[in-house]
Design a protein around this ligand. Structure first.
Ligand code: GLU
Length: 500
């Protein structure tokens, strides 16, 4: 077999997700086991949602976990560029080949037509996908319309009948009727490729031998296999890892409403990278026996990709805390722990940010302890009865808190000024005085009504800890029903546009 080459291919559209770390880990381990290469590719074809901040955060959090890649946008390598936005001409060239060979076609349908069609399909309970209206346009007419400037997308021709037979390393054979699969868009009207085209082209050109990724992509596999076939390429081995699950009775898909999903949260909340890696290997892995505590090297020695259990790995925070505690107690002597604490939050950099906020409020140096404790903590104790919004109901408060969580999550830079702008704007929208609005936030974030300045403190704490504390406050207020959440989403979108 050719040399093993694997990749993790995150989209830089938000916080660095623990699911990305879990996939990176298994790819990394698999590569090390086979003396192969582990590559990091940035899939930023969604130009509206991709940000350089998110890319940086992904790179730095994977590096923090010790999952160093051999090739990637920062370290380079022979198969670059490793950022999809820098590979557009490659995708266009491949799209052109598909069009010329008759495997893809231009679709000129307007948004209005597509909406009408979808509504009709819904009413008649027909296949919800595209009705292939433009598939029969002749190549000449298609070329003419494109030349005259009519906007179009490029769609791939999906077989209209028969079955797609797929192989997955963990599941064996999977079959799916072609009938249920849509003529996938490959190039958007802005000329950028969709994930499907870019992903397949890159996996081929980068000579990926094993695609180890999340199981949410199984439904896309028929399209991907068909693209390999159209290009005349040998597909890689596919292995779809089960998704991380919440530790709830329904074992729902890991979601940030129930669990923090950002690697940054775990870092800021004082988890050790080796404990988090161990935990991800443990819950997702295939080690039937032995101690639950193991190093990355031990995992590399014992792990077998084909034995990964399909039962969803449960992200049990209590277990992670327990494991982390074992590392702290068993692997660290005093001076190593001192260094770890410094690296976490007790280093000069953090102290020099907190000192200017604390100084005006210190009478003695020892006031420092209680005044700044909330900077060096994950959860802070607070009195839920104090969570109040002057002149408003509890429900109003819940709405304000939740909208703030969403708005803060969208903030690309978490600066004091940026946060202040967000709060000013929210206060205006809810017709509140800023001072009244911030009071419950003080309680939730600092644990007290009188503390260091809120926005600057929030900026130092960072987005992840702040949002987690606000979520804890929401829980202390009784949580939010799904119905209420939908209403809040509507309200948010009427203020700020799409939530995603
Ligand atoms: N960009 C996709 C993601 O964010 C990668 C999926 C794949 O590995 O093919 O999950």
């Amino acid at each position: 077999m050719s040399k093993v080459r694997v990749r993790v291919a995150p989209s830089p559209t938000g916080d660095p997700h623990v699911g990305t770390a879990y996939q990176a880990l298994f790819n990394y381990v698999f590569a090390r086991q086979h003396e192969g290469q582990f590559m990091l590719r940035i899939e930023d074809t969604d130009r509206a949602r991709s940000t350089p901040q998110s890319e940086q955060a992904i790179l730095s959090s994977l590096r923090w976990l010790g999952l160093q890649w051999d090739e990637g946008p920062d370290v380079g390598g022979p198969y670059g560029p490793y950022r999809q936005s820098e590979r557009t001409p490659i995708y266009l060239e491949h799209a052109r080949r598909l069009l010329e060979a008759g495997h893809a076609y231009r679709c000129f349908c307007t948004k209005e037509r597509l909406e009408r069609m979808r509504a009709e399909n819904r009413d008649k309970k027909l296949f919800p996908g595209y009705d292939r209206h433009c598939r029969s346009i002749s190549p000449d007419e298609s070329a003419r319309r494109a030349a005259s400037g009519e906007p179009f997308v490029l769609r791939m021709k999906i077989p209209v009948s028969g079955e797609c037979v797929m192989q997955d390393l963990l599941r064996g054979e999977i079959r799916k009727d072609w009938e249920s699969i849509d003529d996938q868009i490959l190039l958007k009207s802005d000329g950028f490729p969709t994930y499907h085209l870019a992903n397949v082209v890159d996996d081929h050109l980068m000579e990926i031998t094993h695609v180890i990724r999340g199981e949410e992509w199984i439904s896309s596999l028929p399209k991907h296999l068909q693209l390999y076939e159209y290009f005349g390429w040998e597909p890689p081995v596919f292995c779809h890892l089960p998704l991380l699950r919440n530790n709830d009775p329904a074992r729902s898909k890991l979601s940030k409403r129930k669990n923090p999903t950002s690697i940054n949260y775990y870092r800021r909340a004082g988890f050790l990278p080796e404990a988090l890696v161990n935990f991800l290997g443990l819950i997702g892995g295939s080690r039937a026996e032995g101690d639950e505590k193991f190093t990355l090297d031990e995992l590399i020695r014992t792990f077998r990709l084909e034995d990964v259990s399909l039962g969803g790995p449960v992200f049990d925070l209590q277990k992670l805390r327990w494991l982390n505690g074992r590392y702290v107690r068993e692997n660290y002597d005093t001076s190593r722990l001192r260094r770890a604490l410094e690296e976490w939050a007790l280093g000069p950099e953090m102290l020099e940010r907190v000192i200017p906020l604390a100084q005006p409020r210190l009478e003695t140096l020892s006031d420092w302890g209680y005044l700044t404790a909330f900077f060096f903590a994950d959860a802070v104790p607070f009195d839920p009865a104090k969570l109040e919004l002057k002149g408003k109901t509890r429900e109003d408060l819940v709405t304000v808190l939740q909208l703030a969580v969403w708005r803060l999550e969208q903030a690309r830079e978490f600066s004091a000024q940026g946060i202040e702008n967000i709060f000013n704007d929210l206060a205006r929208k809810f017709e509140l005085k800023l001072r009244d609005m911030t009071r419950p936030f003080y309680i939730a974030i600092t644990g007290s009504e009188a503390s260091t300045p809120l926005f600057q403190s929030m900026a130092i704490l960072g987005s992840d800890l702040v949002r987690m504390r606000l979520r804890r406050a929401l829980e202390a207020l009784g949580g939010i029903s799904s119905k209420k959440l939908k209403e809040m989403e509507k309200l948010f979108e009427s203020f700020y546009g799409p939530l995603a």
